[in-house]
Design a protein around this ligand. Sequence first.
Ligand SMILES: Nc1ncnc2c1ncn2[C@@H]1O[C@H](COP(=O)(O)OP(=O)(O)OP(=O)(O)O)[C@@H](O)[C@H]1O
Ligand SMILES: [Mg+2]
Length: 251
Amino acid sequence: MDLETSLLDALDPVQILVRAGFPTPDSWQAEILRSPHKRVLMNCSRQAGKSLVAAAAALHEALFTPNALVLLVSPSLRQSAELFRRVTDLMRSLGQTVPVPLQTESLLRLELLNGSRILSLPGQDDNTIRGYASVNLVCVDEAARVDDRIFAAVRPMLAVSGGRMIALSTPSGKRGWFWREWTGEGDWLRIQVTADQCPRITPEFLAEEKRSLGEAFFAQEYLCQFVDLEFDIFNMDFIRDALIDEPELEL
Ligand SMILES: Nc1ncnc2c1ncn2[C@@H]1O[C@H](COP(=O)(O)OP(=O)(O)OP(=O)(O)O)[C@@H](O)[C@H]1O
Ligand SMILES: [Mg+2]
């Protein structure tokens, strides 16, 4: 890879996606990748492209910041492994244009020849996360489903290192740190992407999903709404019982 190309890639993280076979990143994906903001919250529809952008941000940091430590956090081990695979897929897609060779790779971690590491962690055990100091970037995928204790463990770690945090999620009720930060006063760059803003999701698909999921689930999964689904289900049951079991009132 020539110096000019390498410099362009270093300066513009969007090039990672372009070179890996995604020639037209969505504007919000480019915004996240180019943002200098230290704290980014993304409230996104299902299938918008959250995991892809988290993987690209992680890979760019590792490739162009020597000795970087990048943590990928997901709610479960299965999701961590899946997100990590997105990183290794991107790396392989770069092929000959990859500026730094791989040194070691396992199921949930990779190390590059420049000393950078990307580790993928399941967000269930805050003790594991507390073991890492000086973190350059934490990407939290499905952040609304990641335990509050993980968030508490990660924040001080970033304060010392001056690192960045990018948290991406589809909502999951009015609870937890993702909801609090999304609706709070904290200094975050907040970006919202509903399904109708995603060029890969068709209106026909959305109409069918709405019919099949019902309004509340549809609003959560595709319209970025923090819906209290338990409350909705309770209300539905309450109304159904009232309609079915109660004797008719004499007016
Ligand atoms: N800019 C893009 N250009 C082409 N394809 C894209 C782009 N962004 C995402 N995709 C594709 O869209 C699909 C969904 O992407 P991804 O898995 O990153 O979304 P997600 O928001 O994490 O989905 P989920 O809600 O299911 O976790 C993938 O096949 C991905 O490769
Ligand atoms: Mg995903």
